[in-house]
Design a protein around this ligand. Structure first.
Ligand code: BTN
Length: 234
């Protein structure tokens, strides 16, 4: 069986893996030139016009303890591949990749059920590569093209996945602790005032650190907080 499939156009590469997960092996990748119903985190739309790199990878980890950390590993892998082309690339917890303060990549991870059983995880990733204009998505966004970088999508994907598979066994064994140092080195928000939104009341505070579990440690007016999920407003 082939370990990848490419579509010129699809609704969402995440949807494809959800529909076919039972027949597909660990590590299977779906790519598309364009998505007609690309989805982002917190039920947002991910505008997926031609020029972007859209891919989803299916993973079937041996145990479920460290699932959120595979998404952070993908964020780190994106950063590592892109910083070689554009050094001012960094991570915004939990797994956005920014360049010059603008969003360059986003990741939507979803669990997959097969026959009612949690069988695997889909890590869906969008990278703004060749778009000449960016849609208004409520936050500043950019593309490699707009940053003056010419990148071949296939080569970039290969490099991203090489970084991902390189650290996959360590994350499977030890979780975020395995990538904590390289992640922190690319996370410039320690000591900065930020707001975290996760659907409820926004929380404001100063970033203390990212813990060895991958959670965000925040000092707020009411004391220290450990954040497991959310969106950082910086
Ligand atoms: C976000 O930042 O909100 C996450 C965006 C994730 C977009 C990617 S593109 C490939 C995959 N298919 C989808 O429908 N979404 C993800």
């Amino acid at each position: 069986m082939s370990s990848s499939v490419h579509f010129k156009e699809i609704d969402s590469t995440n949807n494809y893996l959800k529909e076919h997960c039972a027949q597909l092996p660990h590590g299977f990748i779906v790519t598309a030139d364009k998505q007609t119903a690309g989805r982002g985190r917190f039920n947002r739309k991910w505008v997926s016009q031609e020029g972007g790199l859209y891919f989803s990878v299916l993973i079937k980890p041996e145990q479920t303890d460290f699932w959120p950390n595979f998404t952070q590993l993908m964020g780190l892998s994106l950063c590592r591949a892109i910083e070689k082309r554009y050094p001012k690339t960094y991570l915004k917890w939990p797994n956005d990749v920014l360049a010059d303060g603008k969003k360059l990549c986003g990741i939507l991870s979803e669990g997959v059920l097969c026959g009612g059983k949690l069988e695997g995880m889909i890590i869906g990733t969008g990278v703004n590569v060749g778009q000449k204009t960016m849609p208004d998505v409520g936050q500043p966004a950019t593309s490699l093209y707009l940053l003056g970088v010419q990148a071949d999508k296939q080569t970039l994907l290969g490099e991203i996945m090489d970084y991902f598979w390189q650290d996959y066994p360590a994350v499977q064994a030890r979780g975020f602790a395995a990538i904590c140092e390289p992640y922190r080195a690319r996370f410039p928000f320690i000591g900065k005032e930020i707001t975290v939104k996760n659907g409820e009341k926004p929380l404001c505070g100063t970033v203390r650190d990212v813990s060895s579990r991958g959670t965000l440690l925040l000092n707020t007016a009411d004391g220290p907080e450990e954040i497991y999920i959310g969106d950082l407003i910086v």
